[in-house]
Design a protein around this ligand. Structure first.
Ligand SMILES: [Zn+2]
Length: 285
């Protein structure tokens, strides 16, 4: 993937790396902690439930200077964000609407967000309250070690998925889902709306991939990277790892197969109208 051909975000990144908040980290230790981190991670649109709630905190004594804004990690995130600005501005313009570009907060260990305390245990998320995308850079290493192996295009998929949640927020889809979830009669029904929302964000990430493919020269190997990540973060796979069995009613993001399917749908077509995950019967997603 040639991400260096992509445009930068034009100052769209709030670089808070190297700072962290004193005492801001959520302590994650032992096997139990690992499981919580794994489940919490992928990739909630509403982190309110897992952020800032009476968790144990560990003192953070490390401190370091923020890396220069010219480092490769920053450049990569900046260009992926910039290219999502470009793609979604164009899509909105074609529909006679204006796209509001979301800021991206790049941080290490912990930071504050409009949705509460963010920490590396939570993983990347989008906060509808301040329209921010929150990305803890240790997540890239986590993906490499245990979530499908990582790779440029896989990381880009993750960022683009969070941008997809912003697009849903801009279009009012997120609000509709929240309303339906509140009036749901069972937890399984409420979860099903969340799954539809997540699969649509995967599809939107694919749309971004399609519309940047000429600039980035995405190869079959790149696509495989993203597919491996989508598989690794499917609810069935995460449940199997954490509790040894699969409980479809408790799915919040969709199965591995569904995540791959919707990402590939967006990637093949490049048309967000093909990302309607709300009209199909639930068992046909
Ligand atoms: Zn998500």
């Amino acid at each position: 993937m040639d991400w260096k051909n992509l445009p930068g975000s034009g100052g769209g990144i709030d670089d808070r790396r190297g700072g962290g908040l004193p005492g801001g980290g959520i302590a994650v230790g032992g096997v139990g902690g690992l499981i919580i981190a794994l489940i919490a991670m992928f990739f909630g649109v509403d982190p309110g439930a897992i952020l800032g709630g009476g968790q144990q905190t560990a003192p953070q004594t490390q401190s370091g200077a923020a890396p220069s804004a010219n480092d490769e990690e920053y450049q990569f995130v900046d260009r992926i964000l910039g290219s999502t600005h470009q793609v979604w501005s164009q899509v909105f313009q074609e529909a006679g609407r204006t796209y509001t570009k979301p800021p991206l907060v790049l941080y290490t260990r912990g930071t504050t967000s409009g949705c509460g305390q963010a920490s590396s245990a939570v993983g990347p998320f989008y906060c509808p309250a301040d329209n921010g995308i929150y990305l803890d850079t240790s997540f890239f290493a986590t993906m490499q070690q245990r979530l499908g192996g990582g790779g440029d295009f896989a990381y880009a998929y993750v960022i683009s998925h969070e941008v997809g949640h912003h697009v849903q927020n801009e279009l009012g889809i997120a609000d509709q889902v929240t309303r339906r979830q509140r009036s749901a009669r069972t937890e399984a029904e409420a979860n099903s709306y969340g799954v539809r929302l997540e699969l649509q964000a995967d599809c939107f990430a694919g749309v971004w991939g399609n519309r940047t493919r000429e600039q980035t020269n995405i190869t079959q190997a790149d696509v495989q990277e993203a597919v491996r990540t989508a598989e690794a973060i499917g609810d069935d796979n995460l449940q199997r790892q954490s509790q040894g069995r699969v409980v479809p009613d408790a799915f919040t993001h969709g199965s591995s197969q569904q995540r791959v399917k919707w990402f590939m749908t967006g990637l093949r077509s490049g048309n967000p109208n093909d990302c309607d995950t709300f009209s199909l019967p639930y068992n046909q997603l």
